[in-house]
Design a protein around this ligand. Structure first.
Ligand code: BG6
Length: 495
């Protein structure tokens, strides 16, 4: 059977992430039969809640599902609340008592998943107590799921990691990067390693440049307090973007298993050039949104957002050029960009192939050097909101004469398929239940990603900015366009 058996303890059980993502994901797993009778959830936070109240909150988080009161009740009956102050050792005793009782009641084989869905300042303290107070069990599995941010730079991440590693082994730690749970991110490997016509061209002989865009239409909303201390570089580039880059750049694994994939991803990240301060200035640009109009709505300056410093120098946009110094990629720029309040929400990858060596369709009075290149073939991978891929190929335009005309071969998943496809969090929680950490970030990946990003942050911290420098509803500051134009390219996706 597919049934998974475990006790979840969710720190931050009253929080936004728990309500928006975790409870709905657990419910989906329940409906699909991955969770049946043998699971229980302890929600903890400082607030004093009763089990009944907690269960109402859980049920409220499921209003978007079309389900009977009965089904909701039997699901919610597996949820228990324990008010908990993470700094008080005694409180861990209560937690332990409850965990033991639930373990017996639901026959959970001492399998435990600890989910830290809260601010990271207490991660070390919590994991230490889980061990010292023997809430981790001797016989079942014990796994720790951690939400980002994992540190704020290399040093703080290393410190945090040491603390956690005092209580959990690397293979018990599941660091969430929710992009790795997205269908089309996982599809990158299928497209590359399942198609010889693509993989055999996947190198610096045939690829001109690679473009990765993680664009958002929303601003910071209610998260100004967190975001103003983070900025786009740490919020989106260090984690999600570099993970996508590693999947695009990695060598083929010997076989598609966790260990082999991980090794290749780490090798790819290790080949990303760490820039000197001078190179940072040439290759990375930042932006902050100003007021603007988007789809008829008026938007305010980032600096006027709730809980944002009115003189904030925090970037809400980053564009950059990464170079990967290995045999496969030497000389091929990987352009990345991410920002808030851009023209539209869209995560896309464009692989831009080199033109044919010579344009044989040029006119007779042009030399091969004078002629324009044939239009480039482009493979686009649409991650979200639409999911699919397309490939542009050149054909002959119908009619007399001989004009070359690019045509797009387009594949999109249907709305039906998408409705039934599992959510990122659902997939990742199921992976964790099964003990598969392929789609989680290993410490070595986190560490290297920070090394890449730290030098950029460092240069930026030395210089003042002229913010805001892009209007809401545009695709970022002019400098982000100049970055590619300087190299003779442009952003393929330019909504
Ligand atoms: C999160 C960032 O990691 O990813 C947010 O903290 C961002 O700022 C979000 O909005 C984007 O995720 P998605 O799944 O909506 O693309």
């Amino acid at each position: 059977s597919n049934e998974q058996i475990a006790l979840f303890t969710i720190f931050g059980g009253t929080g936004d992430l728990a309500k928006r993502k975790l409870y709905p994901s657990l419910f989906r797993l329940y409906r699909k039969g991955f969770l049946k009778e043998r699971f229980a959830v302890i929600g903890t936070a400082r607030r004093e809640w009763t089990d009944d109240y907690f269960r109402e909150v859980v049920k409220e988080s499921l209003i978007d599902f079309d389900s009977s009161e009965n089904e909701l009740d039997s699901f919610a009956s597996h949820f228990y609340y324990q008010s908990h102050n993470v700094t008080e050792t005694e409180h861990y005793h209560n937690l332990k008592k409850l965990a033991t009782a639930l373990d017996e009641k639901y026959r959970l084989n001492q399998n435990r998943i600890f989910y830290l869905a809260m601010a990271p300042n207490f991660f070390g303290l919590i994991t230490e107590h889980l061990k010292s107070e023997k809430i981790v069990t001797p016989d079942g599995f014990n796994r720790l799921i951690i939400e980002k941010p994992f540190g704020t730079d290399y040093n703080s991440a290393a410190k945090l990691n040491d603390e956690i590693r005092g209580a959990f082994e690397e293979d018990q730690i599941f660091r969430i990067d929710h992009y790795l749970g997205k269908e089309m991110i996982q599809n990158i490997s299928a497209i590359r390693f399942g198609n010889n016509i693509l993989e055999s061209l996947w190198n610096n002989k045939y690829i001109d440049n690679v473009q990765v865009t993680l664009a958002e239409a929303l601003g910071v909303e209610e998260r100004g307090g967190y975001y103003d201390k983070s900025g786009a570089l740490k919020d989106m580039i260090q984690n999600h973007t570099l993970q996508v880059v590693s999947l695009l750049a990695m060598e083929a694994p010997a076989i598609f298993t966790e260990k082999n994939i991980r090794e290749e991803k780490i090798k790819a990240l290790n080949s990303v050039r760490i820039y000197s301060p001078e190179e940072v200035k040439q290759n990375f640009v930042r932006g902050q949104y100003g007021a603007g109009k988007l789809a008829g709505k008026e938007f305010i300056n980032y600096r006027d957002e709730l809980n944002v410093d009115p003189q904030s120098e925090t970037e809400t946009f980053v564009a950059g050029k990464l170079m990967i110094d290995n045999f496969r990629w030497r000389g091929v720029p990987f352009y990345v960009r991410s920002g808030k309040q851009l023209t539209e929400k869209g995560t896309r990858i464009n692989i831009v192939f080199k033109p044919t060596p010579i344009n044989v369709f040029r006119s007779e009075n042009e030399t091969a050097c004078q002629a324009q290149d044939t239009p480039r073939n482009i493979l686009t991978i649409y991650i979200q909101p639409t999911e699919g891929f397309s490939l542009t190929l050149n054909g002959k335009e119908i009619g007399d004469g001989f004009n070359i005309n690019p045509v797009k071969m387009d594949f999109r998943h249907s709305a039906d398929t998408l409705d039934n496809s599992p959510e990122a969090y659902e997939k990742l929680i199921l992976d964790c239940l099964k003990g598969d950490s392929t789609n989680f970030t290993h410490w070595d990946e986190v560490a290297q990603s920070w090394r890449i990003v730290d030098v950029i942050r460092h240069v930026w911290d030395q210089e003042t900015t002229e913010f805001p420098n892009y209007a809401s509803g545009t695709m970022g500051p002019q400098a982000a366009f100049d970055l590619l134009e300087r190299d003779g390219f442009n952003w393929i996706w330019n909504p």
